[in-house]
Design a protein around this ligand. Sequence first.
Ligand SMILES: Nc1ncnc2c1ncn2[C@@H]1O[C@H](COP(=O)(O)OP(=O)(O)OP(=O)(O)O)[C@@H](O)[C@H]1O
Ligand SMILES: [Mg+2]
Length: 444
Amino acid sequence: MSIRILLAEDDELMRVTVQDHLRDQGFLVDDAMDGTDAIGLLKQHSYEIVVSDIRMPGFDGTQILKLVKEQAPNTDVIMMTAYGSADDAVQCLKQGAADYILKPFDLDDLTIRIKRLVEMQEVKARCISSEKGCFAKATPIIGSSLVIQQMLSLVSQVAVSDASVLIHGESGTGKELVAAAIHYGSKRAQKPYIRLNCAAIPATLLESELFGHEKGAFTGADGRKIGKFELADQGTILLDEIGDMPLELQVKLLRVLQEREVERLGGGTVHINVRVICATSKNLKKRVATGQFREDLYYRLQVIPIEVPPLRERGQDVLELCDFFLEEYSQERGTPFLLTKDAKMALAGYRYPGNVRELKNILERVSVLAPAPTIQLWDLPFEVQGADGRDGTSNYTLNHAVAQAEKKCILQALLKTGNNKTEAAAVLGISRKNLWQKMKGYSL
Ligand SMILES: Nc1ncnc2c1ncn2[C@@H]1O[C@H](COP(=O)(O)OP(=O)(O)OP(=O)(O)O)[C@@H](O)[C@H]1O
Ligand SMILES: [Mg+2]
């Protein structure tokens, strides 16, 4: 796809020179001889890049910048200005310009800047679309228990602020969901949301993942890499499992948070505006006490701490989550799954060391393996079956075992006879009426 550039410059010689050069580089270039002309073109086409002089008769470059940022926030604007007016250019950067170049400039310098912005746009587009893939059905946070409702009201309060957030909770409690809810509930929702799991990346690679590197920065760095912080510019970064970040990187992260700029390995410094959310299942305070986590970073990150409670403390949420996940699997498989009362009791009584993730996995497995849409107690995993809150031995009675075996035989007979009840009854050696009664009893 060709890159389309709008060039706004009132000096004709300059305009023609730049236009010819950019066309030679393979860009599609529309030219505007003043601000009014440029605004007209902006209404007709969309551009990847706008290159605009700052001082022009009529609408000037700053007004063009403002219009572009309002109407096409993904378009990058490069301002051109004469030496001596660098202050104007810096002002434009504050208002959202991506870059500026002082006249007279080397045409190759302009090309390099444009190519760099285009490269960034491509990487950002890839990240945003893969993030959208993950959250295509913006996952709701289910749960009407008091603890979850309190947490959700904190989440919506926090989302609108720009403060750093530290989310803590056991594994599988939904920390990533909470982080996403904060980003998508914030004014940065339309900007990148970049996630990085600090525990999943070897310490030696983590630095360049976070901050990027220039070509040749270290052996094997055969191209430039844009770091996650730079990709998240204007948006949010989730640093997951922050407790696992090595100490030497913690120092660098603190610097980024304080200075609001990142230094690429082997290269320059880039100013960034990123909201940081961290998540951890570790006890960071303990890690501070044992010297594994920097105290200054800890306080910097946990401006707002959010605690995600474990599932066993959420009472009725378990059954609400069951309905939610079963509905999802019912739609996926085209089978309306239901739980019997016994199965519900067992699910509600279980302690879920793996929290919501464990519950979700159990239901997914059951929805694949259960022989019928009505999920019985004995379809559940063994450890859950024993957790129905009643006398723990009740599931292991002879009656229970017989019922389980009987149900299995009936299902096999139905399967073998293509669901023909008369034939199945004959196979089983019982009457048709008896089969019908038993099937009703087992909700088959
Ligand atoms: N309240 C909830 N409502 C709906 N789904 C939930 C809820 N909480 C968690 N889930 C689901 O449970 C799974 C685990 O959640 P998530 O990945 O956010 O946990 P986590 O706390 O980040 O775990 P870990 O510490 O292991 O990374 C996900 O599939 C998520 O969609
Ligand atoms: Mg997680």
